[in-house]
Write a protein that binds this ligand. Structure first.
Ligand code: AHM
Ligand code: MG
Length: 340
C-alpha cells in the first residue's frame, strides 16, 4: 500500500513517535503556528483588494475595522499561541516587551519568539513576505510565568525554528534539530502537505543577496567581498549572480533551495546601524538553526550566530547566511584575511 499524503500534523506525530520521551508539546505548538499561518496567508492573499475592502485604520464595506496586516498577523499569532497551555511567555518583533500568557491559562514549559510578518514593506506590491518563529525550553525553575531570562537564550538552545513564506504558494519550513522539512499549503484542503523532506543547501552557491545601495557605508572588508563576487573568473564560476528581493524569508528560502549567500552587514549610515538592521532573536537565530540543519552556515562575520548570548529582546546583528563555503569566504573578507 503506498503512503498517503503526509500532512504537517501527521509528519510531526510520526517524528514524535521516534522519541518515546516526547510529550506531544510540539505537535500542539506547531499546530497552533500552522493555524495562525493559514489565517495570515488568507489575509495576505487578499491584501491587493485593500482599495475595495478598505485601507488599514478604516472601516471596510462590511463595517469591520481594518488593522494593518503586520499588526493583524501579530495578533493572530499571539492569540493562537497564548491559549494552548504549552508556553510560559512570548516575544514578538512587533512588541517592545515580553508578552505574558494570560493568568487563566496553565503555564507551559516553552517560550516562543516570532516576527509575525517580515518584509512588510513588500505587502503593498504583491511581493513574498514571511513569518519567522523560534521555540526554546524555559530555563527558569517552577511553573510560574516565564521571565526575560527564558527569552534571552543563545540560538544553540533552540528546540524548534521555522518560517512560513507567503509566496506563489504558502510554505512552512521547520526544524527540530533532525533535518529541515518543508510543507506546502494545499489551498483546496487547507492542509500543509510534506513537499520538501530533509532539505540540504548546496555547499557552494552561485547567488549573492545584499542591498548594494549601502556600498558607500560599508567597511572595506565588505566592499572587498562584493568586488570579489562581481569579478569575472571562469575558474571558480564568478561573477556570482545578484538576487535581492528585500524580504528576508524569500531571499533566504531561494538560497536554501538553490545555494548562495544572503548578507546584511553593519554599516556607517547611522550609529544604530553598526550592527545592521536584522534582529538576532526574531530573524537571525531561527534562520541560523535552519541553515545549519540543512548543512549551511550563519555568522555575524566573526562568530557563529547561534553562539551569541543576547542581552536584549530587540538586539540587532550583522548576518551572513547560506551555503557553507560562501559564508566562509565572506567571513575571510570581513575579517580582512582576504582581498579581491
Ligand atoms: P521588517 O522586519 O521591518 O520587515 O524589516 C526586515 C526586512 C527583511 O525582510 C529584509 O531582509 C530587510 O528588511 C531589507 O532591508 P533593506 O530595505 O535595508 O534592504
Ligand atoms: Mg522583520
Amino acid at each position: 500500500m503506498s503512503n498517503f499524503v503526509r500532512t504537517l500534523n501527521r509528519f510531526i506525530i510520526e517524528q514524535e513517535r521516534l522519541y518515546p520521551e516526547a510529550t506531544g508539546a510540539f505537535t500542539a505548538l506547531l499546530s497552533d503556528i500552522a493555524l495562525a499561518a493559514k489565517i495570515i496567508s488568507y489575509h495576505v492573499n487578499k491584501a491587493g483588494l485593500v482599495d475595495i475592502l478598505g485601507q488599514a485604520g478604516t472601516t471596510n464595506v462590511y463595517g469591520e475595522e481594518q488593522a494593518k496586516l503586520d499588526v493583524f498577523a501579530n495578533d493572530v499569532l499571539v492569540r493562537s499561541l497564548a491559549y494552548g497551555g504549552k508556553l510560559c511567555a512570548m516575544a514578538s518583533e512587533e512588541s517592545e516587551d515580553l508578552i505574558p500568557i494570560p493568568d487563566e491559562v496553565p503555564m507551559g514549559k516553552y517560550v516562543c519568539v516570532f516576527d509575525p510578518l517580515d518584509g512588510s514593506s513588500n505587502i503593498d506590491v504583491n511581493v513574498s513576505i514571511g513569518t519567522i518563529f523560534s521555540i526554546f525550553r524555559r530555563v527558569t525553575p517552577g511553573d510560574g510565568p516565564g521571565q526575560l531570562e527564558d527569552l534571552l537564550q543563545p540560538g544553540y538552545a533552540q528546540v524548534c525554528a521555522g518560517y512560513v513564506i507567503y509566496g506563489s504558494s504558502t510554505m512552512l519550513v521547520y526544524t527540530t534539530g533532525t533535518g529541515v522539512h518543508g510543507f506546502t499549503l494545499d489551498p483546496s484542503y487547507g492542509e500543509f502537505v510534506l513537499s520538501h523532506e530533509n532539505i540540504k543547501i548546496p555547499s557552494k552557491g552561485k547567488i549573492y543577496s545584499v542591498n548594494e545601495s549601502y556600498y558607500d557605508y560599508w567597511d572595506e572588508g565588505m566592499r572587498n567581498y562584493i568586488r570579489w563576487a562581481k569579478k569575472a573568473d571562469p575558474s571558480d564560476g564568478r561573477p556570482l549572480n545578484s538576487r535581492y528581493i528585500g524580504s528576508l524569508v524569500a531571499d533566504f528560502h531561494r538560497n536554501l533551495l538553490k545555494g548562495g549567500i544572503f548578507l546584511y552587514p553593519g554599516d556607517n549610515k547611522s550609529p544604530d546601524r553598526r550592527k545592521g538592521k536584522l534582529r538576532l532573536l526574531y530573524e537571525a537565530n531561527p534562520l541560523a538553526f535552519i541553515v545549519e540543519q540543512a548543512g549551511g552556515k550563519a555568522s555575524d562575520g566573526y562568530r557563529r550566530i547561534l553562539d551569541i548570548k543576547p542581552d536584549s529582546l530587540h538586539q540587532r546583528t550583522p548576518l551572513f547566511i547560506g551555503s557553507r563555503e560562501d559564508v566562509e569566504i565572506a567571513e575571510a573578507f570581513i575579517q580582512g584575511k582576504r582581498k579581491p
